[in-house]
Design a protein. Structure first.
Ligand code: SAM
Ligand code: SF4
Ligand code: SF4
Length: 338
């Protein structure tokens, strides 16, 4: 099927789709789903509210027809969704889709990495913010040490998946882990991405002072390694990449706070309960699930998605201040998955 390229009000094409398959998680990372606010009595979405795999596949096909080339599955913790390889397999048959990736905390990878690979998954990003067991347990809010995540990384490598590591850096929490993590990833041939701590949702108590900027992390790395800048591989690449000049390993930065990249943001997000978000920092999504369940045809779904994207003018990170971080209503990260 021929692709139609749709553009938003700021002339940005639709290229990537991030799909959250579940809002639950086995961790309570303090920068994402703090344990005091996501307690045992927290009401996650009932199963009937989640998009089924058939619904996701149907919407994904339409998104691909409208220009999407890459899909990333996320959550909550996406590996908690039963039979995830079945969804990957369905997506892998979509003509015109070039890449399927997954973001995970890694704990369940030993169980499913090879099934995911056989189903057509290409890459995983595993989140790991420290190599220190005690600190990791504190960050993930569940007292879990690094071992299961490291085993997950190994399992993904053995299965033949590309593996990158995501590290959120928060001042005073894990900035002392920047060099140990860089050393570990460099030695193990893993691309590490330092992510600036963001004001996602309204439960993580974000303050600008807690952010360690890309520039600060880069300066720390420069004291230990020789780095060479790499050109972006494609329009809209979010990470700024460098490579260590004595290896072919890359290291990257996602500088959403200090050097925002809204002007080339080509990403749409589909939440676990079937709402479309055109920015990570939107308060409300656009319902597509009920529209679909009420009998919308493919053409009607395509028109609705086109109209949502065409009306988009989001550039939250360009406009962020301490004030907007406090006052703007934003969707929680666990709903739309980073
Ligand atoms: N559970 C999976 C995981 O942790 O990889 C997928 C969902 S998680 C919401 C997606 C990504 O968002 C992770 O890499 C996580 O570290 C990142 N993230 C969560 N909260 C963040 C925050 N406040 N600032 C920056 N990144 C954050
Ligand atoms: Fe769960 Fe991922 Fe959020 Fe941590 S970052 S609480 S693993 S969804
Ligand atoms: Fe894209 Fe919104 Fe992030 Fe800007 S703030 S890069 S528009 S998701």
């Amino acid at each position: 099927m021929e692709k139609t390229i749709i553009k938003d009000k700021l002339n940005r094409p639709l290229r990537d789709l991030r799909i959250s398959v579940i809002d639950r998680c086995n961790f309570r990372c303090q920068y994402c789903m703090p344990a005091d606010q996501f307690g045992d009595d927290f009401e996650f979405l009932p199963k009937s509210a989640l998009l089924t795999y058939e619904e996701i596949e149907r919407l994904a096909k339409i998104f691909v027809h409208l220009g999407v080339e890459k899909i990333r599955l996320t959550g909550g913790e996406p590996l908690l969704r039963r039979d995830l390889p079945l969804l990957v397999e369905k997506l892998s048959h979509i003509e015109g889709l070039q890449d399927i990736a997954l973001t995970t905390n890694g704990v369940l990878l030993p169980k499913v990495a090879s099934k995911l690979k056989s189903a057509g998954l290409k890459r995983v990003n595993v989140s790991l913010d420290t190599l220190n067991d005690e600190l990791f347990g504190e960050i993930n809010g569940r007292g879990v040490g690094t071992k299961p995540v490291l085993e997950g990384i190994e399992a993904a490598k053995e299965a033949g998946l590309g593996v990158k590591i995501n590290m959120v850096v928060k001042k005073g929490l894990n900035d002392s882990e920047i060099i140990p993590m860089a050393d570990f990833c460099k030695k193990n041939g893993l691309e590490l991405r330092f992510i600036e701590y963001m004001d996602v949702g309204s439960s993580n108590g974000w303050k600008m002072d807690d952010v360690i900027s890309k520039k600060e992390i880069y300066q720390m790395l420069k004291e230990h390694y020789q780095l060479e800048s790499r050109d972006p591989a494609y329009y809209g690449e979010v990470a700024k990449l460098y490579h260590y000049n004595d290896t072919d390993v890359n290291v990257g930065f996602i500088s959403s706070v200090s050097e925002s990249f809204c002007s080339s943001c080509t990403r749409s997000r589909l939440s676990a309960n079937g709402q479309i978000f055109t920015c990570l920092f939107n308060g409300n999504g656009h319902d597509i699930r009920n529209f679909m369940r009420n009998g919308a045809t493919d053409e009607e779904l395509r028109d609705r998605i086109t109209s949502i994207w065409s009306g988009r003018n989001d550039r939250y990170s360009d406009e962020r201040t301490e004030e907007t971080a406090k006052t703007r209503k934003k969707i929680e990260m666990s709903y739309i998955g980073g």
